[in-house]
Design a protein around this ligand. Sequence first.
Ligand code: ADE
Length: 239
Amino acid sequence: MKIDIITLFPDFFNGFKEHSIIGRAIKNGKLELVTHNLRNQAKDNYGSVDDHPYGGGPGMVLRFDILLNALNEVKAKLKSESPSSYKVILMTPQGQVYKQTIAQKLAREENLILICGHYEGFDERIRDYVDMEISIGDYVLTGGELAAMVITDSIARLLPGVLGDDTSSHEESHSPSTSSGSARLLEYPQYTRPLEYDAKKVPEILTGGNHAKIDEWRKEQSIERTKMRRPDMISDKNI
Ligand code: ADE
C-alpha cells in the first residue's frame, strides 16, 4: 500500500517512518509513505499558504487553491502509477470518528491520500474533493499530522506480512472475535515470564497446557473485561 500525506510539516513524520514496525514495513516494501509539503504550493516569496477568513474572525485559514493544487499534483503522479483503488481523506475533528472497522476497510485500498489541516482550519471548498473526512476523537489537535499517523499506523499493521505473526492482528481488542461472529471485544489479559513476581502470580489455567480450557477462559475474560470497561461495545445479542 502507498500512503501520500499532504502536510505543512513533513518533518513530523521522520521518526515515525524510521522506527519499529512502520520502519520495517517501509524497508520491506509492504508500505510506501510519501509526504508532500503544502508550502511548495505557495505562490509568493514568503511561502504563504493561508489567509484571513472572509467575513472576519480569529486565525488564518488554509487556502483552497493551495490545497487543491497539492492534491491534484499527488493525483497526477498517482495516475501514472495506476492504482486499482484509492481514497482521499481529510483529517478534521468534524469527520467520522475513526474505528477499527474503518481501518479494516481502508487497509483494502491500494493507495490513500491523507490531507492534514493546520492552524484554525481550511477553506471549506476542499471538502468537495475528498472521499471521506476522519476525526480520531472528540478533541481538537493543532493539526492533522498526529491523526494521519494514527490512521497510517492502524492500517499498516493490518497489511499482510507487516506483523511478525499474521494472527496477532486478529485476536486483539476491537477485532471481530472469531467464535462470536460480529461481536467486538476487548482483548483477554496476557502474561509472560516470570511466573511470579512481587507476590503476583500468572493465572494457573495458562500454564496447565489444556488449550480448550485456555480458549474458554480467554473468551470469558474478554467478555467480562468488555462489560466492565466498555459496556457500550457489548450487548447480550452480540455474544
Ligand atoms: N485535526 C484537528 N483535530 C483533529 C482530530 N480530532 N481528528 C483528525 N484531525 C484533526
